[in-house]
Design a protein. Structure first.
Length: 243
């Protein structure tokens, strides 16, 4: 997340090749959706190994460090995106969503957050935006290159509990097993991510014009397409146990 992007940026500058670097919404505080995006949020500073990146620094600080290193390279555009989902090769490869489903279908001992406002975005939409950015950057002279940082993400809020409610609807398990809400109040105790990290698409939509891709909304249909095929055996096992 730090040295390698800088090396790519150096190659980009030497060859006058546009470069798009993906970053994260977790580089600033929840309500501070400014283009600069600093200071980085003090999130996940608890030393938990599962939130540590390749250099050993907490994830949010890594992303901030990466952006600071790249800001001096003229042909580099940073694209900040939220949590992504998309077609899976294996059922557990996407992280949070698959973990939520797997726990529900096995132990079902998690409480599902209704507090943090999340905006999961389809990776296929992000891929289309990257292509559009690269195509436009390749046609512009260097003095007309785009602004340095763009935001792109779904505009539809989906909490963890919202996601599981959609999964129950898609799987038809709502009459068999329920999910537990985390009713911890306005801000749950302990170290948690920011309350709201919604990204504004206004600037990138204005820049790309007709090439802008409107993010799709995470829905029952998408859950049926992406996750259900990988969890059918588990779903049938839950139904058999309840019968």
């Amino acid at each position: 997340n730090t040295d390698l992007p800088k090396q790519f940026a150096e190659c980009s500058g030497k060859t006058s090749t546009p470069m798009i670097q993906l970053s994260s919404e977790y580089v600033w505080g929840g309500a501070d959706n400014t283009e600069e995006g600093y200071p980085a949020v003090p999130v996940w500073d608890t030393g938990e190994q599962r939130f540590m990146g390749e250099s050993g620094a907490p994830y949010a600080k890594q992303k901030r460090s990466m952006e600071e290193q790249l800001q001096h390279f003229e042909r580099v555009t940073i694209l900040r995106v939220p949590a992504l989902y998309g077609p899976l090769l294996q059922k557990m490869e996407d992280g949070t969503c698959a973990q939520l489903i797997n726990n529900y279908l096995t132990k079902n001992d998690w409480k599902h957050d209704i507090w943090q406002r999340r905006y999961p975005t389809d990776a296929r939409d992000v891929a289309a935006i990257i292509v559009a950015l690269m195509q436009k950057a390749a046609t512009l002279p260097e003095h007309m290159q785009p602004k340095r940082v763009y935001h792109y993400g779904s505009q539809n809020c989906v909490t963890k509990h919202d996601f599981m409610a959609l999964f129950l609807e898609a799987s038809g398990l709502g009459d068999v097993r329920q999910v537990t809400r985390d009713n911890a109040g306005e801000r749950p105790p302990g170290s948690r991510p920011p309350y709201d990290v919604k990204l504004s698409n206004e600037d990138i939509q204005k820049y790309l014009g007709n090439e802008f891709v409107k993010p799709r909304v995470l829905s029952k249909k998408i859950i049926e397409e992406i996750w259900l095929p990988h969890f059918q055996v588990d779903i049938q096992a839950v139904r058999a146990t309840a019968a």
